[in-house]
Design a protein around this ligand. Structure first.
Ligand SMILES: Nc1ncnc2c1ncn2[C@@H]1O[C@H](COP(=O)(O)OP(=O)(O)OP(=O)(O)O)[C@@H](O)[C@H]1O
Ligand SMILES: [Mg+2]
Length: 206
């Protein structure tokens, strides 16, 4: 039987692959038309490399991060790779995911992206989905919410963050070359981040 973490990573991979053309089209408008292809290639490698039956969430996330780092390329490979590897440190040895564990792992992932990308909220990147998602899930858990509540809040905030990326100019990554002309376009990395959170939510809902 495959582990829960493997099942969840597989669903993330499925959703990324289903949305690969969409993500690449978004990247065509403000980048170099490779985000969907990059991420789909990365997750195809992840489902091949992560052991299907090891329940250790940290070990699976570490393998995921290393695999994304070496297969995705571009800006998003190192950024997602770092995110998963930082989350892995928090969940090392865990075989189940608690609401607080999710928030702590997302906190570490976001901090890792910010450090590696030298980026903050409001620069039209994946952080514009992930930081609001982190804030909303932190608040949900502080109010006694379950893991499922935390993920619902995270996904709603990430969706709003994705919509917000349409309204601002990019100041990081390839899209920043367009400056004000990037306004009106949705950020591909924010979109793949929201898709990832939605896959985790749907997996946990069962
Ligand atoms: N410094 C950064 N911090 C956070 N996210 C970033 C940063 N730079 C880029 N991104 C995210 O990466 C996404 C682009 O990923 P993609 O896979 O297309 O890489 P790329 O920009 O084409 O890389 P390269 O320019 O090196 O080829 C953007 O939509 C944005 O969300
Ligand atoms: Mg690109």
């Amino acid at each position: 039987m495959s582990s829960r973490v493997y099942g969840c990573l597989s669903l993330i991979g499925e959703r990324i692959t289903e949305n690969s053309d969409f993500l690449t089209d978004l990247d065509r408008q403000i980048g170099d038309a490779d985000h969907g292809a990059n991420m789909a290639r990365g997750f195809a490698a992840v489902v091949g490399k992560v052991p299907g039956d090891d329940p250790d969430i940290g070990a699976a996330l570490k393998k995921t991060g290393m695999t994304l780092l070496s297969t995705v390329g571009g800006a998003s490979g190192p950024l997602y790779g770092t995110a998963y590897m930082e989350a892995a440190k928090v969940l090392a040895g865990s075989e189940t995911l608690s609401a607080q564990g999710f928030v702590d792992a997302l906190t570490a992932a976001v901090a890792g992206i910010q450090k590696r990308g030298k980026s903050v909220r409001g620069e039209k990147t994946m952080l514009d989905a992930l930081i609001p998602a982190l804030e909303a899930s932190t608040a949900a858990v502080a109010g006694g919410g379950s893991l499922s509540d935390a993920l619902d809040s995270a996904c709603a905030a990430a969706e709003e963050g994705v919509a917000y990326t349409r309204t601002i100019a990019a100041t990081k990554g390839r899209a920043s070359y367009l400056g004000e002309r990037s306004i009106g376009h949705q950020d591909p990395g924010a979109t793949s981040a929201a898709i990832t959170l939605e896959a985790i939510r749907d997996y946990i809902r069962g």
